[in-house]
Every structure is written in C-alpha cells, then in structure tokens.
Design a binder for this molecule. Structure first.
Ligand SMILES: Nc1ncnc2c1ncn2[C@@H]1O[C@H](COP(=O)(O)OP(=O)(O)OP(=O)(O)O)[C@@H](O)[C@H]1O
Ligand SMILES: [Mg+2]
Length: 230
C-alpha cells in the first residue's frame, strides 16, 4: 500500500452560520494527482484552505506529511499594479525554506518564465502571470502542489503545455491537487477525482466518479456534458 500523505477525517466547516462542508473524509496518497470539481460555492477553495492550515475546521482532523506549494484562485488577477518583477515574485516563494529551495533559474526555465523575468508582473498577460505564480509555488521544492483553478483564462496551447508540465512534476513524485470546472480536463489529467458540493458527493477514479448520475447530483440538475474518451 502507498503511503498516506494527507488525511482528512470528518471535516465540518462553517463561516459563521453558513455551513460549507459537512463530514468530509478522504485520504490522498503520496504521488496522487487529485482533481476537485463542483459547483460555485461548493466549498472547494475552503477545503484547500483547510488542507493548507489557513482555516481551522470546527470539527474533524487534518494530517499532512510534506511541504505544500499553493497557487491561489485568481492569483494572476489579484496583482494588477503590484510593483515587482516576475523574478522577485518567484523568489518570494522561497519564504522560510531557504535550505531546501530549488534554483530559481532552473524553475524559471521549467515554467517558461525566463523570457520575461525582469518585466513587472503588472505588465504581463494573465497566462504569463499564472506561470509566475506556479514558479513561485515551486521554488520551495514542495512535496505537494495545490492549485486552485490554475488554467482559468489560459489559452488552449498554454493550457496543454501547462498540464504536461504538471504531469512531469507528478511523475517525479510530487503530489498534485487541483481545482477545475472543466470535466474533460479533470477526466484526462487526474488519477483521482473529488466531486464536492458541500458534502462529499463522490471520490474515486475518473471512471467511477464522472458519471451522469453523479454530475446530476453534484449540480442539482441535469447537465449536458460530453466526456471525450482517452
Ligand atoms: N471568507 C468568507 N466568509 C464568509 N463566507 C465565505 C468566505 N469565503 C467563502 N465563503 C462562502 O462559503 C461558500 C464556499 O465558498 P468557496 O470559496 O469554498 O467555494 P468554491 O467551491 O471554491 O467556489 P468557486 O467554484 O466559485 O470558486 C460560499 O457560499 C461562499 O460564499
Ligand atoms: Mg473556489
């Protein structure tokens, strides 16, 4: 059996009186590639923040073994006018992990951010900025990489490069967790899927989880979707 890297046990979370997550239990193994899908407001970002320890659940337990890198939802949109270059933003990801940090140059090559490293982050396109934030998450040499809607607003070609890049890091042993609203991307890229709509709706392989019945339950109504078979 593979080593468990993240364990969530009976997680319940509310913002004041607004209950968002109820009794969520699942494990993530080392080297897993988990896709999280679900309706707006379903609690995906909240769950990620609980995994990262940024929010404390009212009930339940989280066990994490390994350092996390995090690319927040809309990171790229939230920096308009931020007076720093791409290189400075990437280097800020080293944080307190100076000993284990990867070479910034190597990460910039890997993420294709080298070309515009001296440009101001505010002068980059959305997709270019997104890469900068992924590079920032990678310089701490994380064992777990968590990305909240990483490919929203990224063109198809960049998106395809981006997912082959994630696959490569996953093959090197980095556990990946990402949120996406794109059923086809989740089906193609993830090894495991969590369908989340307040309570855990389902968790398993893409084949087990991405069924018409589960998707209907997840969104509370019939949804027309066409799953490309790979
Ligand atoms: N800081 C906050 N204070 C109060 N309520 C919040 C806060 N953040 C989120 N919520 C509420 O909690 C619920 C879950 O939000 P969350 O951001 O986790 O959803 P999500 O699944 O990530 O949605 P999306 O797909 O739109 O990103 C929503 O109803 C939201 O309004
Ligand atoms: Mg979200």
């Amino acid at each position: 059996m593979k080593e468990k890297q993240i364990e969530l046990k009976n997680i319940t979370f509310s913002y004041e009186k607004n209950n968002v997550l109820s009794d969520i239990t699942f494990d993530i193994e080392k080297g897993d590639y988990l896709g999280i899908i679900g309706p707006n407001g379903g609690g995906k970002t909240t769950l990620i923040k609980i995994i990262l320890g940024l929010l404390l659940p009212q009930k339940g337990e989280v066990v994490i073994k390994g350092r996390c890198g995090y690319v927040p939802q809309k990171a790229a949109q939230d920096v308009a006018g931020f007076p720093a270059t791409a290189r400075e933003v990437i280097e800020s990801g080293k944080g307190g992990f100076k000993k284990e940090v990867k070479n910034t140059e190597e990460i910039m090559k890997l993420t294709g951010t080298e070309k515009y490293k001296e440009k101001l982050i505010s002068d980059l396109s959305g997709g270019e900025r997104q890469r900068v934030f992924i590079a920032q998450a990678l310089v701490s040499n994380p064992e777990i990489l968590i990305l909240d809607e990483p490919s929203a607003g990224v063109d198809v070609a960049t998106q395809s490069d981006f997912y082959s890049f994630l696959k490569k890091i996953n093959e090197k042993g980095v556990t990946i967790i990402f949120v996406s609203h794109d059923i086809n991307i989740i089906a193609k890229e993830a090894k495991k899927v969590l369908c989340l709509g307040g309570e855990k709706i389902c968790y398993g392989t893409p084949q087990e989880t991405l069924t018409e019945k589960n998707i209907e339950k997840l969104y509370g109504r019939e949804v027309n979707f066409f799953l490309h078979r790979h």
